[in-house]
Design a binder for this molecule. Structure first.
Ligand SMILES: *Cc1c(COP(=O)(O)O)cnc(C)c1O
Ligand SMILES: [Zn+2]
Length: 445
């Protein structure tokens, strides 16, 4: 079937641009582009047929459909030839039933979507497979693309570096100096990316990478490149699929550059149009109070949006003051009766640590989302009987320094309510036994 997709302005402009053209913004009005699909062709298949097809492919091995992104290829990016796809079988991350945590927060039906359980340890893999596959295809068609570049708060660069390395394409990553964790710095280095450590913040890196890509044969991999959004939108399809094609009541998602929030909304709208879901979940975006331009805009009913300088936050991947996808994100929130909540450094740290005591292992961004959830429950906006999915965006192992500092009380301005430090004890049975029972007593209180 001739599935068709193209780039089109998110504003009023109607011109279409092919997905294999190097283009990121509308040439007429400068707005972002988005990928649009020929819905009439997609709708020639029933909702049931789509669900059945996606289920048959899910987590199997047939190339490339065992990837949960490419298992939904027709609604993601139909134009890439299968032999040009660069995939590490992304998606298919587990939904963690957070029963104990839910009880403590006051939510009976709480799930955490573990997007960090993936090849490079964050949800960024979902989008990067689409972008790098398209670059691979463009190069196969003879287009001159010397390298692919991105500015990053750590996880985009890790994903770009890995997918480019798998395809034999040179990656160039622009990182704000001393603002990403050591594991996040090691990832692109290991994958042989040209790794620039620049004395500025993310927004500064963004400005530079845009200029470099505009003036050279270097392809821009940031999320204004809406190919990534197409891959990331599969997270919403996958969540619904994992609930046997039922939408939850709420999805909580941490937001920085706001591409992922836009992607979440886009996937949900697509499913609604195809008849896969009939009821819309509500969306809550969670921001760090230190980098909260969307929260501030929400407080004013989205009447205006003012970029601000982001302050330092432990949730380093969302330390962004001038998010590129704010317009798409606001549109998504309006469609899904959305709200925005924020979390202070102390709140996000304690929320992540509390979740860890129930078996999770949360990155600080997931801490932001969990803290936002608690606050929304406290305000009565999220009801205790509602089914809630929290998107966990990265693996906690990327942020061990944050966790170590938390537990040893070294996070500036944070009172750790769930600190747990090693008990030093001599190698002697009695001392060891005493130490255990001392701790048991203390914990019983
Ligand atoms: C990229 C990222 C985010 C933010 O996603 P946006 O699309 O920029 O809003 C949140 N958490 C983690 C761990 C990330 O890597
Ligand atoms: Zn336009």
């Amino acid at each position: 079937m001739p599935f068709k997709a193209w780039f089109q302005c998110i504003g009023e402009c109607e011109d279409r641009y092919p997905l294999n053209e190097v283009i990121y913004n509308c040439p007429k009005c400068g707005n972002l582009l988005e990928v649009r699909h020929d819905m009439e062709v997609l709708k020639t298949r029933s909702a049931y047929a789509w669900m059945k097809l996606f289920d048959e492919r899910f987590m199997r091995t047939e190339w490339p459909y065992g990837s949960s992104v490419w298992g939904k290829k027709e609604v993601v990016c139909p134009h890439v030839a299968n032999e040009n796809i660069v995939s590490m079988y992304e998606g298919g991350s587990n939904l963690f039933l957070a029963e104990r945590l839910g009880k403590q927060i006051g939510v009976e039906d709480l799930w955490v979507k573990q997007c960090g359980n993936s090849h490079t340890g964050s949800f960024k893999d979902l989008g990067m497979t689409v972008l790098v596959s398209m670059v691979n295809q463009m190069r196969a068609e003879g287009k001159q693309i010397t390298a692919v570049a991105c500015a990053s708060t750590g996880d985009t660069s890790a994903a770009l570096a890995a997918y480019c390395a798998a395809a034999g394409i040179q990656a160039v990553v622009f990182l704000p100096k001393n603002k990403v964790s050591i594991p996040q710095l090691i990832q692109p280095l290991s994958n042989n990316a040209i790794t620039l450590s620049i004395d500025t913040d993310f927004d500064g890196c963004m400005k530079l990478v845009k200029e470099v890509c505009a003036k050279n044969n270097i392809y821009l991999a940031n999320s204004m490149n809406s190919l990534r959004i197409e891959g990331q939108k599969t997270v919403s399809i996958e969540i619904v699929q994992q609930f046997d094609w039922e939408a939850p009541d709420w999805v909580i998602i941490p937001g920085g550059n706001l591409g992922n929030l836009s992607a979440l909304g886009k996937g949900l709208l697509l499913m609604e149009e195809l008849g896969i879901i009939r009821r819309r979940p509500r969306i809550a975006c969670a921001q760090a109070a230190n980098a909260n331009p969307l929260f501030l805009s929400f407080m004013k009913g989205f009447k205006e949006f003012t970029p601000k300088k982001a302050k330092k936050t432990l949730a380093s991947a969302i330390q962004i003051g001038n998010p590129v996808s704010y317009q798409k994100a606001i549109n998504a929130l309006k469609e899904f009766d959305g709200v925005v909540e924020q979390a202070t450094e102390e709140e996000l740290s304690n929320a992540a640590a509390l979740a860890d005591t129930t078996g999770l292992f949360c990155c600080p961004h997931t801490g932001v989302a969990l803290s936002a959830l608690s606050k929304l429950v406290g305000k009565g906006i999220i009801k205790s009987h509602e089914k809630v999915v929290v998107i966990s965006t990265a693996h906690g192992l990327k942020f061990t320094d944050f966790k170590l500092k938390y537990h040893t009380g070294k996070l500036h301005g944070v009172k750790p309510r769930h600190a747990n430090i090693p008990v030093e004890v001599t190698a002697n049975y009695g001392r060891v036994r005493d130490a255990i029972y001392r701790e048991l007593d203390r914990r019983a209180k």
